[in-house]
Design a binder for this molecule. Sequence first.
Ligand code: NDP
Length: 296
Amino acid sequence: MTAKVIDGKAFAARVRAEVAEHVARLKEESGIQPGLAVVLVGEDPASQVYVKNKHASTIEVGMASFEHRLDASTGEAELLALIDQLNADPKVHGILVQLPLPGHLNSELVINRIDPAKDVDGFHISNVGLLGTGQKSMVPCTPLGCLMMLRDHHGKLAGLSAVVVGRSNIVGKPMAQLLLGDSCTVTIAHSRTKDLAEVCRRADILVAAVGRPEMITGDMVRPGATVIDVGINRTLRDGKAKLVGDVHYESAAAVAGAITPVPGGVGPMTIACLLANTLTACCRANGLAEPEGLTA
Ligand code: NDP
């Protein structure tokens, strides 16, 4: 079997176009423009690229983008004061603090200072609790993007067996909660899991969020399964830089029913879902109907 390739790039373009349409309608009908504030502390090169891309995508869908670049030596009090200011600003509907923060700053404290209603990354402890108890929340962007692709491919997910490899707070755990919310039978695997290959082979849906290049190989995939590769690993092949996932693409694609590539799979969905979350936050803040299909 050769797997169907789930094209995250094309899917993300559709999501962004849908968001842009909603934004245009909001502006026309209510005079409201959704706004996203991104806070970057320090000069981490990867973070700078992410922030630049987020700014460009935000503008592209017609939202207001507010960038706050702070010096790496910024103190906690100054950063918290900025978050308070953004929390109180009615033009700002979403706030994202780019992680990782420099070591002297306490990420948990900073993230939990964001108004949960504006926490478009879905990392605030209130949103984590709401998601865990199946209530309306802001959902972390990467797992939300995975869920959208899975729903699009399968239709209903109820009853399917899902295995999530990885239990981080930003990907693995929320991914598992979302799949459970859609009535999958969910297993979470991690570095202490015994016989990972056997566990993975039980999956109708296999999500890899491990951070280890090409660790999930074809022999770990059930024939016909859907494989979602969240991993982004920078490697060197024959002296050339290459981006690979946590899944060994060639061997997995030979067995799976469907698979996301890296690059061009989950990655583009993450920013698209950030924009979707900002739109959702704006609608909620203004007591307007939420856009359908763009939330969990
Ligand atoms: P973390 O390092 O926070 O978590 C990795 C998880 O993988 C841990 O739960 C760990 O288990 C588990 N793990 C590590 N080694 C093994 C192993 N040998 N067998 C089974 N499980 C293992 O990573 P993240 O969740 O933040 O990210 C995962 C990947 O997703 C990375 O490649 C990252 O770059 C990518 N990513 C991609 C995004 C996108 O937009 N596409 C967004 C965010 C992340 P344990 O808890 O036991 O240590």
